[in-house]
Design a binder for this molecule. Structure first.
Ligand code: PLP
Length: 443
């Protein structure tokens, strides 16, 4: 593509544009692989929709109790087919990913049980669910797992990112009932785990104790690979519908897929014992749940391409370090590595660069593009956090979005991009902002 008036009008100069174009050309083969994966997953989704005879009636929705909601029941069968599980719970009443994970844990653990994380500390919001930082008995009335008498054990990954098999063996006891495995790196520097890698860990765990209930936090991982964690031995797999599987269209919701017994427990917890999956009006959400799922493989591919494009661009930029010498950015994953989620992390090394990046993403957004993001004191964080999000669905992170805490090494975590042309433009905009402020140069 050539530099056009529209690029100029949107504030991208010719030098920045050409820098991006060169990089795009170098990524053709990589993008082809991503498109192939999208095609495979598109067919997987289509097959599940057809096999379950999705009909026009499935899109209508129910009110009140929501008994005999054919759209809801069929959608759950479609999810179960895609993930190759016995059952699924896919609901607008599940408010977010944290809620979906909390449901899975709180409904399948009982007082006295132990929960193990063999991959280190889980995602920030789960620490409150588990009660990780709570101190002393009875000091808290938060309703955490800890307050209900569930003991939490954690084994960190080794320094090289591999599993601490010895430590895991020692951490599994008679009482260990559930295991939680987070696929994505979240806001940490550890590597994201592939479904295959998760499968190896699950095999090892079952060799120690074969009746463990193994749950995977699949947030940001759906449709990135051919296999999902449930294809690799997970009993339960959980995620958010304002991330990958919602395809950008779901206005809210979460999903759980897995063994019938564990899904039933979760449904009893979500609604009520005895009622379970039988109630829960779908209201007007079904068209977006179905259509979003249908679009999810290609939307996920757009987000993946955006991340790879950004990694390659930032690998090609130079900045002046604290000592005055020219430095390169550290990007995780790098532009050549295999990817198992859509998140990209870039160490920007200064608050100015972190803010410029987020301002660039915000300025590229379809909604609220005129807003300037500012760092703020977010609950649960020690340092101020800056966030960029101009999304159609509030807080949606399958849409182009970025954030980072203002602390060393000033890492920005970003994800999304409903279409690659938009994601690519957003990344060009970040480079343009950094360049205009004299914070980077082209090497
Ligand atoms: C997004 C995410 C969650 C859940 O977050 P919500 O904001 O509650 O949807 C949990 N784990 C990981 C790894 C995530 O990326």
């Amino acid at each position: 593509m050539k530099y056009c008036n529209i690029h100029k009008e949107l504030g991208i100069d010719e030098e920045t544009f050409n820098f991006g174009e060169e990089i795009r050309k170098s990524l053709e083969k990589r993008f082809e692989e991503i498109d192939d994966m999208a095609e495979l997953n598109q067919l997987k989704v289509l097959n599940a929709l057809q096999k379950n005879n999705v009909s026009e009636a499935c899109l209508l929705g129910t009110t009140g109790y929501g008994y005999n909601d054919i759209g809801r029941e069929t959608l759950e069968k479609v999810y179960a087919d895609i993930f190759h599980t016995e059952d699924a719970l896919v609901r607008p009443q599940i408010t977010c990913g944290t809620h979906a994970l909390a449901l899975a844990l709180m409904s399948n653990l009982r007082p006295g049980d132990e929960l193990l994380s063999p991959v280190g500390r889980p995602y920030d919001t789960l620490t409150s669910v588990i009660g990780i930082d709570e101190e002393g008995d009875g000091a808290h009335k938060s309703g955490s797992l800890r307050e209900y008498g569930v003991v939490y054990r954690q084994v960190d990954l080794l320094a090289d990112g591999s599993f601490d098999f010895e430590g895991i063996r020692n951490a599994v006891s008679e009482k260990t009932h559930m295991v939680t495995i987070q696929r994505s790196r979240g806001y940490s520097s550890r590597p994201t785990l592939s479904p295959k890698k998760i499968g190896e860990l699950i095999e090892f765990l079952r060799s120690i104790k074969n009746d463990l209930v193994i749950m995977v936090d699949n947030c940001y991982g759906e449709f990135v690979c051919e296999d999902e964690p449930t294809d690799c031995g997970a009993d339960l797999c959980v995620g958010s519908l304002i991330k990958n599987p919602g395809g950008g269209l779901c206005p809210c919701g979460g999903y759980l897929v897995g063994k019938k017994e564990y899904i039933e427990n979760a449904a009893y917890r979500l609604t009520s014992p005895g009622l379970g999956k039988e109630v829960g009006a779908s209201l007007t959400t079904l068209p977006s749940f179905y259509q979003g799922l249908f679009l999810a493989p290609t939307v996920t591919a757009s987000a993946l391409k955006t991340s790879v494009f950004a990694a390659a661009m930032y690998e090609g930029l130079k900045f002046r370090g604290a000592a005055g010498n020219e430095e390169c950015f550290v990007v995780r994953p790098d532009s050549r590595e295999d990817r198992f989620d859509i998140i990209q992390a870039i160490e920007l090394k200064s608050p100015e660069k972190l803010c410029a990046f987020c301002e660039g993403v915000q300025a590229a957004s379809p909604v609220d593009s005129f807003v300037k993001p500012e760092p703020w004191d977010m609950p649960g964080y020690k340092e101020p956090v800056i966030m960029a999000a101009g999304a159609f669905v509030s807080g949606s992170s399958i849409e182009l979005s970025a954030d980072g805490p203002l602390r060393e090494p000033y890492t920005v975590y970003f994800q999304g991009g409903l279409t690659f042309p938009h994601g690519a433009f957003g990344m060009l905009k970040t480079v343009q902002y950094l360049k205009e402020r004299g914070l980077v140069s082209f090497s």
